[in-house]
Design a binder for this molecule. Structure first.
Ligand code: SAM
Length: 227
């Protein structure tokens, strides 16, 4: 999978080179390229924003600098993800769908966000015939300062679903949110007792059927309490 991330703060994305994602890049499973939006600016000040038409607080990101940056990157069969708190809420289902893509492109907004004509432009039929899909995505009902952290959240959730990225693929079985309304049961490891709290007896019994029953009940209890 190829991933392009566009931001005015490319250094913000440096954690993408660590841990599983770092390994996935070294092994060639994932290719991540981070691009500085300011490289496509046309003035000495590297301006990427201007005041909003219609008035109001804040600044809006200029469409032309985004267009110039995105045009050469948007090859056939790409998913352009525009990060915005006003987008569709990111879920595990969405992660599974993005994991099937060959090319994800993340547009990280700053200020009041990106001029909406960027979204409108790439939704046009000439892009649809090339299988270029545009998604406005939010990672939750709160407002961040920029799209970089949101892009990293989505990239981490998506790439761990790519075969070979996780050391043990069985880790993906029985995970929270695999099915709607499912949360994983609580987990325990050694020692058997820690600070006076013992591991539930049933987990030491070796009775797999009873353990599965207990875990199912715990998962249901959690879902009732937390969802
Ligand atoms: N004026 C915008 C609004 O009220 O919807 C908020 C802009 S926010 C300060 C700046 C940028 O941060 C957005 O363009 C987006 O890229 C990113 N951002 C903020 N919150 C986000 C969220 N919950 N999910 C995804 N991206 C977010």
């Amino acid at each position: 999978m190829k991933i392009d991330v566009i931001s005015i703060f490319p250094e913000y994305l440096s954690p993408l080179n660590l841990s599983l994602l770092g390994k996935a890049q070294s092994s060639g499973l994932v290719e991540i390229n981070v691009h500085d939006l300011r490289k496509q600016t046309a003035d000495n000040h590297n301006t990427v924003d201007d005041t909003p038409y219609g008035g109001g607080a804040g600044m809006v990101m200029l469409p032309e600098v985004w267009g110039k940056t995105l045009d050469p990157m948007l090859e056939e069969n790409s998913d352009l993800i525009i990060l915005t708190p006003a987008g569709k809420k990111f879920t595990q289902k969405m992660a599974e769908s993005f994991a099937k893509s060959s090319h994800l492109l993340f547009a990280c907004g700053r200020y009041e966000g990106i001029d909406d004509r960027v979204r409108q432009h790439y939704c046009q039929p000439e892009y649809q015939v090339k299988n270029i899909r545009v998604h406005e995505v939010s990672i939750g009902d709160y407002v961040l300062g920029g799209g970089e952290v949101a892009a990293m959240v989505i990239i981490e959730a998506v790439t761990r679903l790519i075969p070979g990225v996780l050391g043990n693929p069985l880790s993906l079985a029985e995970e929270s949110h695999n099915d709607e309304g499912y949360l994983e049961y609580p987990n325990f490891t050694k020692p058997q007792e820690w600070r006076g709290i013992a591991v539930p007896e049933i987990l030491l019994s070796g009775n797999h059927a009873e353990i599965a029953k207990w875990r199912k009940a715990q998962a249901e209890k959690r879902a009732k309490e937390n969802l």
